[in-house]
Design a protein around this ligand. Sequence first.
Ligand code: GLN
Length: 297
Amino acid sequence: MCDTSKGAHRMEEIMKKKALAFAMAAMMAASLTACGGSSKETTAAQTEAAATEAAESAEDTSTEAEETEAAETEAAGGVLIMATNAEFPPYEYHDGDSIVGIDAEIAAAIAEELGMELEIEDIAFDSIIPEIVSGKADMGLAGMTVTEDRKQSVDFSDTYAKASQMIIVKEDSEIAGPDDLAGVIVGVQLGTTGDIYVSDLEAEGTTVERYNKGFEAVQALSQGKIDAVVIDGEPAKTFVSETEGIKLLDEAFTEEEYAIAVKKGNTELLDKINAALKTLDENGTLDEIVAKYIKAE
Ligand code: GLN
């Protein structure tokens, strides 16, 4: 991007002292033109227009400078809003009145690194990206898999966990691996990568049942309403351990990676998040958080 803010700011000061000199306007016009990447010749009319624009932009710049300052003050003690779906143990889930889990703790550690206060917004999984796009939330931590499709809507941080989609079936099921999912009824959580990839099997006669919560899919499986559930490995382990009569298949359906989503183009926040993640990785905090929630097998 072309940065004229410093020049414009200097301009503003000069203009406060003197009336707008034609020579300066011509200079500004030339710099504006250069900035736009155009090599067109500057006519007198354009120069005049540029002079007006320069005066206006000098005003704009002072407001912008104030806004940037305000944003910086906010970053040094403001609120960092995390959007998540707290139905995804051990990454995020309810424990009494609080939302706990790996993502919740990573977010808290990032907020601490940034000197900000963390606020967690618990919403439907498929509302997280829209919430970030609209700017209502600053970042999404939700065991969110990086996909090319999602990259069209949001920017992702460096990845912080490896994950996989796993298959849960009844203990006596004949389904033994991903190939056996063709033609059966598979439960998924709406809008997740499990949903996306299993939906590809619809062409092979698979029926996809979409639930708002992963655990609802698991309940439907244990009640015999569906044949299998495809869901992320860690919540799968948690749900299987809490439910009688179901088991996790060994073979993963997909391999994926989790990252933090931010509004597209918000490089300022993204850089801060990545720097914080790096610190938390290097000082062992990330490992500690994971070890607290995922016991080594
Ligand atoms: N990892 C999956 C995805 O990103 C599921 C995440 C979730 O359900 N919270 O789609």
